[in-house]
Structures are given as structure tokens and as C-alpha cells.
Design a protein around this ligand. Structure first.
Ligand SMILES: [Zn+2]
Length: 180
């Protein structure tokens, strides 16, 4: 791409990059081939289904290069550090869907906490099943929660409320689930 468009975009089967796109950008846009393209959102309020996952795929890439994501997570949610918890992940209103602090930043932490809440095996297995079941279709954040609960047998009511529906810092139980 010759740089006429000022951002990279994930367009299905063939992401388009700006000049000088870095590795995290390439990983992000390829993550969208599953979240955003193979499974798309139902309404704009469900944008986390695409951007939270594409953003978290960069963490998974880093993990494959031996980054310690639990350490990164714990320092990122330190009360003295960056405060992105007031950014909404759901129903953020027209024009506010793509705020960096929200689905890109808080969304990454949300998915790492969700993975810890469910455990690695259940998290990755459920996500693969959802990708198969919803391939070529649309999904809402509520359907995602229901699908994960059905596949893992884990009640996500309070977790979803504090991370997705509410803003503000989640309770310690939902901020540090599982081994976090
Ligand atoms: Zn994206």
C-alpha cells in the first residue's frame, strides 16, 4: 500500500498495511482474520469481539517469543500505574468505539484475565469451538459470554459485569482470577 490510507486494515483474507507497519500491527491485523472477519460483530457495541481479540493476539505472539504475560499483566494493573479501567468495553456510544484505552488496551487485559479465569485448556478450546460454530457469521458480546459459559461450565456473570458492562477497577476476585 502506498500510504494514502493512514492506518492498516484487516480486510478478510488479505490485510492491508501502511508503509512501515511493524510486527505488532501485522500480528494484530492477522488476528482479525478470526476475530472480526471469520466471526464478525453483531452491533458496533460489540466491537470488543474484534478489537480486544486482535489486540490480545499481539500478547500471544509475544508469549510465543517467551514473554511472561502474567508478569506483564500484574504490572499493568498496578494501582500506581496506568489507569484504563474507566474506558468502556461495551456500548461505548457512536464514535467512541475505537478509543485506544478501551478495546485495544483494557481489552487486552480483559482477555488475559478471562484466560486465567477459565484456565488455558478451557479458554483455548472454547475459543476454537466458537470460531467453528460462528464461522462466516456474527456474534454479540452477550452470545460470547453465553457460549463460553456453556462450553466451560464457568459462571461468568460477575466477571462480565465488572470487566465488560461496568467501568472502573474490577474487584480483586475478577482482577486476579485463577493463577494471576
Ligand atoms: Zn484492529
Amino acid at each position: 500500500m502506498n500510504g494514502e490510507v493512514p492506518f492498516s486494515l484487516e480486510t478478510f483474507t488479505r490485510p492491508i498495511y501502511t508503509e512501515g507497519a511493524d510486527v505488532p500491527t501485522i500480528v494484530h491485523e492477522n488476528g482479525h482474520q478470526w476475530w472480526g472477519e471469520n466471526v464478525s460483530i453483531k452491533r458496533w457495541r460489540d466491537i470488543c469481539l474484534t478489537e480486544c481479540f486482535a489486540s490480545y493476539s499481539v500478547w500471544l505472539w509475544d508469549e510465543s517469543r517467551r514473554a511472561d504475560l502474567d508478569d506483564r499483566y500484574r504490572s499493568g494493573v498496578d494501582p500506581d500505574g496506568e489507569d484504563f479501567f474507566n474506558a468502556p468495553l461495551y456500548d461505548m456510544g457512536p464514535g467512541n468505539e475505537f478509543e485506544f484505552e478501551g478495546v485495544y488496551l483494557k481489552g487486552t487485559y480483559f482477555l488475559h484475565a478471562l484466560r486465567a479465569k477459565l484456565g488455558d485448556d478451557a479458554f483455548f478450546s472454547a475459543m476454537r469451538q466458537i470460531q467453528r460454530e460462528y464461522a462466516g457469521g456474527n456474534m454479540s458480546m452477550l452470545e460470547l459470554r453465553e457460549g463460553l459459559e456453556a462450553k466451560t461450565g464457568t459462571d461468568l456473570t460477575s466477571f462480565w459485569q465488572e470487566w465488560v458492562l461496568d467501568t472502573g477497577r474490577p474487584s480483586d476476585a475478577n482482577l486476579f482470577p485463577g493463577d494471576l
